[in-house]
Design a protein around this ligand. Structure first.
Ligand code: GLN
Length: 485
């Protein structure tokens, strides 16, 4: 058994039995990266893929014993470039670690080999909006890996990492996990500190694990969850041991199937896989019943108003003064050199999608349109949240597809933003409502592309969705299949 193919819990078992160590694990991963990453392009700066120095392989009785973890390029890592895959953050080397990174290091993880590719500032569903060019799906190199955490999902699926962190504002952990056949968990808003995550939409962003199986997902969440005084939106609710309930069965638990999710627009093979997954869960004792989430149809427009509004405000800080790119262009002998510097840097530094979102977001926040768009969207967001509250009065979880289709071809939707935005239909409601959601593999299309099942639960009930997911996974085994590369 090659070490790079194993999960974290399998590796830790081997380390415990003195069958291997962190150094051998990194060597195995390094060989794997050398052999496939020129095709997959999951990592951003492959030049930095040096083996860590000997001292880095510390054990010191830590939980993770020097096991490496791959990190999305929008999570600040001290001394290691963090650019959100944007030209405007050229060579930005954070002087501090995000709280999740600090927690991982304290647990004995190695932040290695590098940062993973993503859509610029996490704007996208395909990783095609990266300044570094697209990542390729390990199941079919002509397809996208999903996005925006496409690099993190692809490196886990391609066995170029043991596990990874991504961020999810509207599906960016779950949709790439589904496209790449791995497990992606978006925790409840407030469960994990956002300190050091470069903000996209602050009321929606969450960091979460992308892993080869459900047990690793629970295990990684244990390490990163919890209140943080550096993030006032992190919740003062003590996280349980998320691995504790995995083994409990699911007999008698109640699952809701929203009727709005399995209708028009869904790919027939995705639908078939989801129906089979539901049938399997019923067999395992889950009681499933159809429900309605009547405001589902408004989720996409509401999200793209709120997310762009917040993004336009968050991105205002990239002004060429404090960090990142500074344009050398002098467009005119303008008197106002400062404005000129802002303008030419932002023009050069932001990609097309970032500019589109800044313009959209500025528009919906502007005088005269604020009430008509932004304020209205906030009200509908409350209605979407109430839909979920109502369902959770009676049900323990909700089952849906993660995405209406499997991975699409590189280039297929890039020039049609509306088509791209509509593909987020099943994932964004969880962010708007702040609830936890997981995507796990539940089969394949005829073209051998993975399909993901999404499970949602009440706020702070990640244990429930991990338990349902684990029961499904252990009784099916889709997670054991890996792409042949
Ligand atoms: N695809 C969505 C968007 O483009 C979600 C991105 C995300 O979760 N970061 O905004």
């Amino acid at each position: 058994m090659q070490l790079h193919t194993l999960t974290a819990h399998e590796l830790l078992e081997k380390i415990k039995n003195k069958e291997t160590n962190a150094k051998e694990i990194c060597e195995s991963i390094s060989r794997r990266i050398k052999s496939i990453d020129s095709k997959v392009k999951a990592y951003v700066r492959r030049g930095e893929n040096k083996l860590p120095s000997k001292e880095a392989f510390y054990d010191n009785g830590t939980i993770l014993k020097g096991i490496p973890v791959a990190i999305k390029d929008n999570i600040c890592t001290k001394g290691l470039a963090t650019e959100c895959c944007s030209h405007i953050l050229d060579n930005f080397i954070p002087p501090y670690d995000a709280t999740v990174i600090k927690k991982l290091k304290d647990a004995g993880a190695l932040i290695w080999p590098d940062k993973t590719n993503m859509d610029e500032f996490a704007f996208g569903s395909s990783t095609e909006n990266s300044f570094f060019g697209p990542t390729h799906n390990p199941w079919n190199l002509e397809c996208v890996p999903g996005g925006s955490s496409g690099g993190s999902a692809a490196c886990v699926a391609g066995e170029e990492a043991v596990f990874a962190l991504g961020s999810d504002t509207g599906g960016s952990i779950r949709q790439p996990a589904s496209f790449c056949g791995v497990v992606g968990l978006k925790p409840t808003y407030g469960r994990v500190s956002r300190y050091g995550l470069i903000a996209f939409a602050s009321s929606l962003d969450q960091i979460g694990p992308i892993t080869k199986d459900v047990r690793d997902s629970a295990f990684l969440l244990n390490i990163i969850a919890g209140k943080d005084i550096q993030d006032s939106t992190s919740a003062d609710i003590a996280p349980p041991d998320f691995t504790r309930s995995l083994e409990k069965d699911i007999k008698g638990l109640k699952a809701a199937i929203p009727k709005e999710y399995l209708v028009a627009g869904i790919d027939s093979q995705v639908k078939k896989n989801i129906e089979e997954a539901i049938a399997k869960l019923k067999e395992l004792g889950l009681e499933c019943k159809e429900v309605s989430l009547p405001h589902t149809e408004f989720a996409v427009p509401v999200y793209y108003i709120i997310a762009t509004a917040e993004a336009s405000s968050n991105l205002a800080r990239f002004d060429a003064v404090q960090y990142g790119l500074r344009s050398k262009k002098q467009r005119s002998k303008a008197l106002n050199r400062l404005l000129e510097m802002y303008a030419s840097t932002r023009e050069e530094g932001f990609g097309q999608e970032a500019k589109r979102r800044i313009i959209l977001g500025t528009f919906v926040l502007s005088h005269g349109y604020y009430d008509a768009y932004y304020l209205r969207a906030l009200k509908v967001r409350t209605l979407i949240k109430q839909d979920f509250d109502n369902v959770f009065k009676e049900f323990d979880c909700i089952l849906t597809p993660t995405s209406p289709s499997a991975a699409f071809k590189i280039g297929e939707k890039k020039e049609d933003p509306l088509k791209m935005y509509l593909s987020d239909i099943y994932t964004i409601s969880a962010n708007l409502a702040g609830i936890p959601a997981i995507s796990l593999p539940c089969g394949f299309t005829k073209d051998n592309l993975p399909v993901g099942l999404q499970i949602l639960a009440k706020p702070f009930d990640e244990e429930m969705l991990l338990r349902v997911a684990y029961n499904y996974e252990q009784n099916t085994g889709w997670h054991k299949l890996r792409p042949k590369l």
